[in-house]
Design a protein. Structure first.
Length: 145
């Protein structure tokens, strides 16, 4: 019996919509990362980008549990001396919730060329309006706890 190995040109990609309203940010991000990698498919191959496209809507309504709104901080650096910038997640979720979701999804993907390819297949929107009706996206029906 031989092992199946997916080939990139033979893959069929689907579009899925995940509604983040009222769901924890990390749980939504982990489900999205799993779909982007293709781990929900029986033809999953670790070294091939065999994932599907993901549309995350209502990122403004995603929640952070515990004290994360006040204690979790997003750090970035300008590259210049003294250029460290810090933003609390309470501010980040109020102003740029799509960026918070993007950071969470990126943190759950491999930090190599496969992860970068997967990040090109995710679209994140603050509300429930998106312009991907032509791709006939399916709602992700499995429960996100």
């Amino acid at each position: 019996m031989s092992t199946f190995i997916a080939k990139a040109n033979e893959l069929e990609r689907q579009w899925y919509i995940i509604d983040a309203a009222g769901k924890p940010l990390g749980r939504v991000a982990s489900v999205a990362a799993s779909i982007l990698r293709g781990k929900h498919k029986p033809t999953y191959t670790p070294n091939v980008d065999c994932g599907d496209y993901v549309i995350i809507i209502n990122s403004d309504k995603a929640v952070l549990t515990g004290k994360k709104l006040d204690q979790k901080v997003w750090y970035r650096h300008s590259g210049y001396p003294g250029g460290l910038k810090a933003t609390k997640y309470r501010t980040l979720m109020a102003t740029r919730s799509d960026k918070a979701m993007e950071l969470a999804v990126w943190g759950m993907l491999p930090h190599n060329s496969l992860g970068r390819a997967a990040m090109r297949k995710v679209r994140i929107y603050k509300d429930d309006n998106h312009n991907h009706q032509a791709q006939n996206p399916q709602a992700w029906t499995r429960e996100i706890k």
